[in-house]
Design a protein around this ligand. Structure first.
Ligand code: HEM
Ligand code: NAG
Ligand code: NAG
Ligand code: NAG
Ligand code: NAG
Ligand code: NAG
Length: 329
């Protein structure tokens, strides 16, 4: 081997070692705050439990917050940033405002953590922990949250508009938007199971009741008696933002398989829910998730952890925000 070859081999090794350092840096770790802020996860849990004790519905709010954070610029806490005079932030885009909720819980946890261990725990991680605690509080399965996320410094309403799936999407469109985030169709179907808790405003489904298409005013895939009931709750043309409807009227605060049972009964609230019945393969998954609850729970846990890893900032990327609503100056 001549010297040039030896040098090349050496350089190749250096490159491999450097890049593996970079990747191990870039990985989230369970217990990231073990040494730097050992009480981090228990402080978040305390604040979440305190809030959910008063209003169990907020568990759904926190789960959705984590999803909306992850789909827009990755799970970097960008959904928590407030708009300013020169920037309309993600949280003020129509898919988020006025429906997104739970921000005060993140603020409460952050303010305690800044007292306990200043500048250590990211807002993105607080949100990931809070979403996990919410699933557990709602009787989903417990799981460990890989952490070490850092906070982003950009939050744009326009990106929330283009990255979040709207409730009128069909199976093809949903699959495509989830694939674009590195999630499979099966993971999409599994994650949609989060609609077993929480609520919706009328505007997310009233087209299915009143203006479906040029031929029929009502969506034929919606159970007619459920449609009648929804019509009494959501009158045609109502823009009253304080009217909300549970997505799983039977067990609205329980993280169970009932969402899939509703779909089997043509009682999925959104087009994006009922469309999971539209191919033989996806329909089969709805049936399995409905009737093998533990299988659904296990798949949900894995898919939700994966969702929490989308586009994360790690190492020395981004920052640790002092106030989750404001980019550090
Ligand atoms: C598959 C595509 C999805 C669409 C089209 C969609 C759409 C929506 C819409 C329109 C609402 C109601 C907003 C309102 O009007 O108040 C909602 C609520 C909710 N979504 Fe989704 N969603 C999807 C996936 C997910 C995923 C992946 C999760 C989490 C894993 C999730 C969790 C929730 C929760 C928990 C609520 C209730 C929020 C509350 O009660 O405050 N959704 N979703
Ligand atoms: C933190 O501690 C837990 C429990 O002992 C352990 O499972 C985890 O691997 C630790 N993580 C780190 C990054 O030290
Ligand atoms: C808005 O203004 C602040 C302070 O003047 C500046 O730091 C920030 O970069 C601006 N943001 C955008 C999105 O232009
Ligand atoms: C889904 O919607 C898109 C866009 O409107 C349309 O092109 C496509 O044919 C629809 N797919 C199904 C399966 O309905
Ligand atoms: C609901 O209201 C819209 C707009 O006002 C109207 O076009 C539509 O025909 C109404 N639908 C029904 C079923 O009354
Ligand atoms: C909007 O709905 C809420 C809750 O149902 C109700 O209390 C309120 O009176 C309604 N407001 C208007 C303007 O209709």
């Amino acid at each position: 081997m001549d010297l040039r070859k030896v040098i090349n081999v050496f350089l190749a090794f250096v490159a491999i070692i450097l890049s593996s350092c970079a990747t191990s840096n870039a990985q989230l770790q369970v217990g990231f705050y073990n040494r730097s802020c050992p009480l981090a996860e228990s402080i978040v849990k305390e604040e979440v439990l305190k809030a959910l004790y008063d209003d169990p519905g907020l568990a759904a709010g926190l789960v959705r917050l984590h999803f909306h954070d992850a789909f827009v610029r990755g799970a970097d806490g960008s959904v928590l940033i407030d708009s300013t005079s020169n920037n309309t932030a993600e949280k003020d885009a129509p898919p988020n405002n006025p429906s997104l909720r739970g921000f005060e819980i993140i603020d409460a946890a952050k303010s305690r953590l800044e007292t306990e261990c200043k500048g250590i725990v990211s807002c993105a991680d607080i949100l990931a922990f809070a979403a996990r605690d919410s699933v557990l509080y709602s009787m989903g399965l417990p799981y460990a949250v890989p952490s070490g996320r850092r906070d982003g410094r950009v939050s744009l309403a326009s990106e929330a508009m283009s990255n979040l799936p709207p409730p009128f999407f069909n199976i093809t469109q949903l699959t495509q938007i989830f694939n674009g985030k590195g999630l499979s169709q099966e993971e999409m179907i599994t994650l949609s199971g989060a609609h077993t808790i929480g609520r919706s405003h009328c505007s997310s489904f009233s087209n299915r009741l009143y203006n479906f298409n040029s031929i029929v005013s009502q969506d034929p895939s919606l159970d007619p008696s459920y449609a009648e009931q929804l019509k009494t709750q959501c009158p045609n043309g109502s823009t009253n933002a304080s009217i909300v409807v549970p997505m799983d009227p039977n067990t609205p605060t329980k993280f169970d398989s009932n969402y899939y049972k509703l779909i089997l009964a043509n009682r999925g609230l959104f087009t994006s829910d009922q469309t999971l019945m539209s191919t033989p393969e996806t329909k089969k998954q709805v049936q399995v998730n409905a009737y093998v609850p533990l299988y659904f729970q296990l798949k949900f846990r894995d898919a939700f952890v994966k969702l929490g890893k989308i586009g994360v900032l790690t190492g020395n990327q981004g920052e640790i925000r002092i106030n989750c609503r404001v980019i550090n100056s």
